[in-house]
Design a protein around this ligand. Structure first.
Ligand code: BES
Ligand code: ZN
Ligand code: ZN
Length: 504
């Protein structure tokens, strides 16, 4: 359901709405009195009585009678300043909490005062962009299969302009709506169960979007994949009756001599583990194993609309990992696209096989200035970092900086884990060039998976993002929801590309 957002040039309390929201810095409640005092003179006492001080991730709501109408005053905590700045992430969560309040109380119209952007050290358009992104992300519900969808009320939002630059705010809001919609597309594809979101279905989504937004999209069939020698991808798919595919998308800028970068996303529409079968419990959420591919496709769609000054290739190797008489077997040896051989010791370590082929493919055929892959690759990363940080693996300083900065700006946080020479022999095989699982002595499963991928990128600047922990069922963050996808990767990769376009 789309949220309609409009700009109001009036004062907050002069706009007609069901609820009115104001963000406040912790301990600076004077503003509350100033804005809401006219309709509820004892608002400060009310806040005090309810222990509301403006702490981050807190909200207080006051029902009041306003000219004979029941309205709600919402005060949203932004937390205290850190290094002289308020946190944009706290602002995102404050907005999300206001939207959750609206949903819970079945309210339709919300008038929202934009806070002073200088307090955050950002521009008007960025804060407006984040607001629109978060509103649409919070509004998303996966109710495709619910007969009764909970009687949701379509939301209307009025943004109070005050002293803000109307043009910038409008531009930011528009951009945010596009970002939110792309994130929600990725979430929807991930949430759709694996009996519906099959490899051909994901490919068809990519093809449709490429036509709609005008970027190139070529889909290689299983037969072509075998003929081209992507032996890792072919081996993973061999147990499934569904054909695998390789989705190759290209966004081209009009700017001359622009650099080309590439994004690669893991697209396992279902990971049963294959013959190295997962325990039942671990299989329950394995429709999420195409989150990387979803993030890359949604990012390409978004970039085709935002048009950064950089060429971007998006690649998604897509397959199902299932056991059958034709599956890859532990002990099988396959030849990869770059000619190396791999002993598949464990068929559940499948992601690295198809990613390695896709990495080698994009590097050989497009010679990108840098490649970033994004994948729900290891349970080990999820255990190491939990649900709030995506694992970052790279030995390339510049790419690392770009990703860390994009993480800080977009709100999709990353945390670097080791990838050093010490680990480089972890994947050595006695009988082939590489093993697909590490010598158990090495333990660090997220790092050893990255070591495997690194063998396929040569000298190309490359970073690997492990989103196993961050892509699905993230608790506590109010713009996400439980047991569903977050769409992580879309905001991060988009920010990387936008910034790269500005500063090659
Ligand atoms: N898709 C899984 C990783 C995963 C686990 C993603 C939990 C999301 C949540 C991946 O293909 C996998 O099974 N990895 C194995 C590797 C092992 C066999 C070396 C793992 O992490 O256990
Ligand atoms: Zn697996
Ligand atoms: Zn997997």
């Amino acid at each position: 359901m789309a949220v309609s957002v409009s700009i109001a040039k009036d004062k907050l309390m002069r706009v007609r709405a069901d609820a009115y929201a104001l963000c406040v810095e912790q301990g600076a409640l004077d503003a509350v009195k100033k804005v809401f005092g006219s309709v509820f003179p004892s608002i400060l006492e009310y806040c005090k009585k309810h222990d509301f001080t403006g702490k981050a991730e807190t909200i207080t709501s006051v029902p009041v009678d306003h000219d004979g109408r029941l309205i709600y005053l919402l005060v949203l905590g932004l937390g205290a300043k850190k290094d002289k700045k308020l946190s944009v992430e706290n602002y995102r969560r404050a907005i999300a909490m206001a939207i959750r309040f609206m949903q819970k109380n079945k309210l339709a119209t919300l008038a929202l005062q934009l806070p002073d952007t200088q307090l955050f050290g950002v521009d008007d358009d960025f804060l407006a962009q984040e607001m629109a992104t978060i509103v649409s992300m919070t509004d998303y519900v996966f109710d495709t299969f619910k007969e009764v969808s909970g009687g949701r009320v379509p939301l209307k939002l009025s943004i109070i302009l005050d002293d803000h630059d109307a043009k910038k705010i409008k531009k930011g809001l528009e951009r945010g709506e596009l970002i939110g919609a792309a994130v929600n597309d990725a979430r929807q594809w991930i949430n759709l169960p694996a009996n519906i979101m099959r490899p051909d279905e994901l490919a068809s989504q990519a093809r449709q979007l490429s036509k709609k937004y005008g970027f190139a999209c070529r889909i290689f069939s299983e037969k072509e994949i075998q003929d081209m020698g992507l032996g890792g991808l072919a081996a993973v798919s061999s147990g499934s009756e569904q054909d695998c595919c390789l989705i190759v998308m290209e966004y081209k800028t009009n700017k001359e001599n622009a650099q080309t970068i590439a994004f690669v996303g893991k697209g396992i529409t279902y990971d049963s583990g294959g013959l190295s079968l997962k325990p039942a419990k671990s299989m329950e959420t394995m429709k999420e194993d195409m989150s990387g591919a979803a993030a890359v496709i949604a990012t390409m769609q978004l970039l085709a609309q935002l048009k950064p000054d950089i060429n971007v290739i998006g690649i998604a190797p897509v397959a199902e990992n299932l056991p059958s008489g034709s599956s890859a077997k532990p002990g099988d040896i396959v030849r990869m696209y770059n000619g190396m051989t791999v002993e598949i010791k464990n068929t559940d370590a499948e992601g690295r096989l198809l990613l390695a082929d896709a990495l080698a493919y994009v590097i050989k055929n497009y010679k990108p200035a840098a490649v970033i892959d994004v994948a729900t690759l290891t349970g080990a990363c999820m255990h190491a970092l939990g649900p709030f940080f995506t694992g970052l693996f790279t030995e390339h300083e510049e790419v690392k900086k770009r990703i860390e900065q994009a993480g800080a700006i977009s709100g999709e946080s990353v945390w670097q884990l080791p990838l050093t020479d010490d680990y480089k022999k972890a994947m050595d095989s006695v009988v082939a060039d590489l093993n697909n699982i590490a010598d158990p002595k090495y333990m660090a499963g997220a790092t050893t998976a990255a070591v495997f991928l690194q063998k396929f990128v040569g000298d190309t600047p490359w970073a690997h993002l492990d989103i196993a922990g961050t892509s699905f069922d993230v608790p506590n963050i109010p713009y996400y929801s439980r047991e569903t996808a977050t769409g992580v990767g879309v905001r991060l990769l988009t920010q990387v590309a936008m910034e790269w376009g500005k500063h090659p």
